[in-house]
Design a protein around this ligand. Structure first.
Ligand SMILES: CC(C)(COP(=O)(O)OP(=O)(O)OC[C@H]1O[C@@H](n2cnc3c(N)ncnc32)[C@H](O)[C@@H]1OP(=O)(O)O)[C@@H](O)C(=O)NCCC(=O)NCCS
Length: 162
């Protein structure tokens, strides 16, 4: 597939919302409501940025949020259109987030996973992330089944070092 990764622009917001909610439907059994909406994405564009994976102009196949604070990157709402999963798009988005964070001088990249999503732990481990903390889920009103977040982190060595 010939898809390019670029920084999202405000006009991408509806597509980011569409792809994210479609992908996160897998969490409907444990978290109620949709994962995001236009106001949420717009607000997060002020705090950080989204990268999108675009096949043809305006057709977004995947997206990811990233923000930086105190020398650490945070990766959130990694989502790939279910019709395009299993083709390495998420991996390319994670690699692009890592590159962005390295450029910005970050020493680590963090993300968080709902503990019930057992399949994601080996997925992120393969990408170099290890569990580093257990955190409460921040939006209790959405919780259907008791759950918490597991923070996973990766050290971002400078590119020239092993
Ligand atoms: C998780 C997600 C982003 C992965 O997207 P993707 O584009 O299918 O992932 P990739 O194709 O880059 O996967 C890379 C590798 O991980 C494997 N993989 C992908 N999703 C996996 C899953 N859910 N469980 C186990 N392995 C998985 C792929 O088979 C591939 O393995 P390979 O390199 O040996 O072939 C996608 O399934 C998704 O959007 N899920 C819903 C939202 C979500 O759960 N986001 C993460 C929340 S923390």
């Amino acid at each position: 597939m010939n898809a390019a990764i670029r920084k999202a622009r405000p006009e991408d917001i509806p597509e980011i919302v569409r792809v994210t909610n479609l992908a996160y439907a897998v969490e409907a059994y444990c978290l109620r409501g949709e994962r995001t909406d236009e106001a949420d994405v717009r607000a997060r564009m002020e705090e950080g940025l989204f990268l999108v994976c675009e096949e043809t102009p305006g057709r977004i196949l995947g997206s990811v949020f990233l923000s930086i604070a105190e020398g650490r990157g945070y990766l959130g709402t990694l989502a790939v259109d279910p019709a395009c999963q299993g083709q390495g798009l998420a991996q390319s988005l994670v690699v692009a987030v890592e590159a962005h964070c390295r450029e910005a001088g970050c020493t680590h990249l963090d993300l968080s996973v709902v503990n019930l999503r057992r399949e994601l732990f080996p997925y992120y481990a393969k990408l170099g992330f290890l569990p580093t903390a257990v955190l409460p889920f921040p939006r209790e009103e959405k919780v259907i089944t008791p759950l918490h977040l597991v923070q996973m982190s990766k050290a971002l060595w400078p590119r020239e070092e092993p």
